[in-house]
Ligand binder design. Structure first.
Ligand SMILES: *[C@@H]1O[C@H](CO)[C@@H](O)[C@H](O)[C@H]1NC(C)=O
Ligand SMILES: *[C@@H]1O[C@H](CO)[C@@H](O)[C@H](O)[C@H]1NC(C)=O
Length: 297
């Protein structure tokens, strides 16, 4: 029985010392001082026993009596309880740290997700910017194309600028006619000939492009011979300006006009009506004019 108690005591001392070193890394003297100061307050009778246990060879206690053994066991129980408390606290701390770690991991995961989303947004914005830039480049190209086509249009319009106007004589004055058959008049005094579609040598206008054209003719003369002239399109008489008075030397004047649809190469000219005559001088009393209203496809 005594041997068993001795072994128990030795074991208790060993456990106690190791525990103290684990808890605080204290040496044996410090342990004994600490024990004496703590226990001195609450349990003075045990102080000497504890100091002895901690600071001297444990083999001595194998000679101690039963009450001492009881005291040692109580102390042992108290220490174990305290250690249990420490372990509980440590476990609580570890659990708390684990919880903290979990929260941190969650936060990190969340931040990673945020970064992924931000990256996606940035990528999307980059794509948007690329698309906008492409669109802008296209618009710029369209504008430059428009400018080019405007230049083309202006060039084309220059081809469409067609207008002429001429009177009969460049100088002097006199009668033309009468002739027994129709006679093509040549209006030699040119006021305007944009596009050079009218030829003052032949008196013929040649349509340079398909379109709607306006033509006018005016005649002037003196009775009793009539004054009359017709606008021809190709071989066909279109309109006539005609005047006649019974009274000798009465002034005769007439004019007419027509809008014609012409194909490229169609010709327009004026013929004096048979057995009629016209008079002209520096007042330009007989005229032939024409111009393109608008082109047609
Ligand atoms: C601009 O004109 C060029 C040449 O005609 C053409 O290839 C291009 O598609 C045009 N661009 C736009 C945006 O209209
Ligand atoms: C125009 O002709 C008419 C006759 O048709 C004549 O009475 C008139 O005086 C003429 N006017 C001019 C300005 O020659």
């Amino acid at each position: 029985m005594k041997a068993l108690v001795c072994i128990l005591l030795l074991l208790e001392t060993f456990v106690f010392v190791v525990q103290q070193q684990v808890d605080g890394g204290l040496n044996e003297n410090e342990i004994s001082q600490q024990i004496s100061s703590e226990d001195g307050r609450q349990n003075p009778p045990q102080t000497d026993t504890l100091r002895a246990e901690a600071s001297t060879d444990s083999q001595q206690y194998c000679d101690l009596g039963i009450p001492d053994i009881h005291a040692a066991l109580r102390e042992l129980t108290a220490t174990v309880t305290e250690q249990k408390g420490n372990i509980r606290e440590l476990t609580a701390t570890v659990t708390e740290q684990k919880e903290n770690n979990r929260e941190l991991t969650a936060t990190v995961t969340e931040q990673k997700e945020n970064i992924r989303e931000l990256t996606a947004t940035v990528t999307e914005q980059k794509e948007n910017i690329r698309e906008l830039r492409d669109e802008m480049n296209k618009k710029n190209e369209e504008i430059s194309n428009l400018t080019l086509s405007q230049v083309e249009l202006r060039k084309e319009n220059r081809d469409r600028e067609i207008a002429f106007s001429a009177s009969m004589m460049e100088s002097g004055g006199g009668y033309i006619g009468p002739f027994t058959s129709e006679f093509t008049l040549t209006y030699r005094n040119v006021f305007t000939n944009i596009g050079n579609a009218y030829n003052p040598i032949t008196g013929v206008f040649i349509a340079p492009l398909k379109g709607a054209y306006m033509f006018r003719v005016s005649v002037y003369g003196y009775a009793p011979t009539a004054s009359a002239a017709s606008i021809y399109k190709n071989e066909e008489r279109m309109v006539m300006a005609y005047d006649m008075q019974a009274q000798d030397q009465d002034r005769l004047n007439s004019s007419n006009g027509v809008v014609l649809i012409l194909e490229v190469g169609d010709v327009v000219y004026v013929k004096l009506w048979p057995n009629t005559k016209i008079f002209d001088d520096r007042y330009n009393r007989n005229t032939f004019s024409g111009y393109l209203l608008f082109p047609l496809r």
